[in-house]
Design a protein around this ligand. Structure first.
Ligand code: MLT
Length: 256
C-alpha cells in the first residue's frame, strides 16, 4: 500500500488482527527485514511495516530526514488508518524514530521496544564519522554502503551470514543517494532521548546484542538502569533480528 505524506509516496503494509504493533527498520534497511518476524506476530497483533523515507519503496521527503519528521510521518499515517495507539518496535534508527514519536505523541504510544538501539545522541566521534560518510558518499556510494553494512556485524557473524549480508547490500544499493544522506544527517543531528524512555511508563523493553558493534552493551545496560526499562541481552551483533529471530518473536509477544 502507498500513503502519500507531503505528496511523497510512503510504502507500508498492514497484516493480522489485534492491538497494533508498528515495526520500524533501521538505516539502510527496509520493511523486508521483518519478513521472518512479522508473520508469527500477526496471530496476535495488527502488524504494520513501513519503508521509512528514502528507504525501500518510499520516496525522499527532504534534505534531512530528522527523527521528528519521520515521527510526524508515522503519526499522520496512523491517523489516516484511524489507529489511536500502537506499540512501536524500532531497530536502531527505527528506535530513534520510535523515541521521537513517543516524545511528540506520548498518549499514542502503547508500548516501546528498542531493538539494538539507543536513547543517546551521537558523540563527537560518531558525528565526525557521519560527516566523513557524507563527504565521500557522492563519489563512493557502493563502497560506503558496503562498509556500513559490514560494520553492523562481528567478524564471526559476517562469515556466518555472508549471503544475507550480500542481499542487504544489494537492496541498500538501490536506495537513492539523497535518501541515504538525509538519514545520515537526521541521525547525526538527533538529540538525546533518555528522558523520553525514562518518562514512558507503559510497556517497554530494550533488546540488545552482547556483541553489538554499533550500540555497546554497556550503553544498553546503563540506559536500562537509569530509565527503569527491562533489558533482554541476546547473543548477537547489531543485527539480532537476523541472528535471534525466534527469541525476538517471543519477546515481542511479551511472554518471555
Ligand atoms: C542503524 O542500524 O540504523 C544505524 O547503524 C544506526 C546508527 O548508525 O546510529
Amino acid at each position: 500500500m502507498i500513503y502519500h505524506f507531503k505528496e511523497v509516496p510512503i510504502f507500508y503494509e498492514v497484516t493480522g488482527k489485534g492491538p497494533v504493533m508498528v515495526l520500524l527498520h533501521g538505516f539502510l534497511e527496509s520493511s523486508t527485514m521483518w519478513k521472518a518476524i512479522a508473520p508469527p506476530l500477526t496471530k496476535h497483533f495488527t502488524v504494520i511495516t513501513i519503508d521509512l523515507p528514502g528507504h525501500g519503496k518510499s520516496g525522499v521527503l527532504s534534505e534531512t530526514h530528522s527523527m521528528e519528521l519521520m515521527a510526524q510521518l508515522l503519526f499522520s499515517m496512523l491517523h489516516h488508518l484511524k489507529i489511536e495507539t500502537a506499540t512501536l518496535v524500532g531497530h536502531s534508527m527505527g528506535g530513534y524514530v520510535a523515541l521521537a514519536f513517543t516524545e511528540l505523541y506520548q498518549q499514542h504510544t502503547a508500548g516501546l521496544i528498542l531493538l539494538n538501539s539507543t536513547t543517546y545522541k551521537d558523540n563527537d566521534n560518531r558525528k565526525k564519522n557521519r560527516d566523513r560518510a557524507l563527504r565521500y558518499i557522492k563519489t563512493q556510494k557502493d563502497s560506503i554502503i558496503s562498509m556500513a553494512i559490514s560494520n553492523l556485524f562481528t567478524e564471526k557473524s559476517r562469515l556466518q551470514y555472508a549471503s544475507e549480508i550480500e542481499q542487504l547490500k544489494l537492496e541498500a544499493l538501490s536506495f537513492p543517494l539523497k535518501g541515504i544522506t538525509a538519514a545520515i544527517k537526521g541521525m547525526r543531528d538527533r538529540k538525546d532521548r533518555t528522558q523520553v524512555l525514562q518518562n514512558f511508563q507503559k510497556k517497554k523493553w530494550i533488546i540488545c546484542g552482547d556483541k553489538d558493534p554499533i550500540v555497546p552493551l554497556e550503553d544498553s545496560t546503563r540506559i536500562s538502569e537509569v530509565t527503569h526499562t527491562p533489558i533482554k541481552i541476546l547473543r548477537s551483533s547489531h543485527m539480532s533480528w537476523m541472528e535471534n529471530t525466534d527469541k525476538i518473536v517471543k519477546i515481542l509477544h511479551f511472554n518471555e
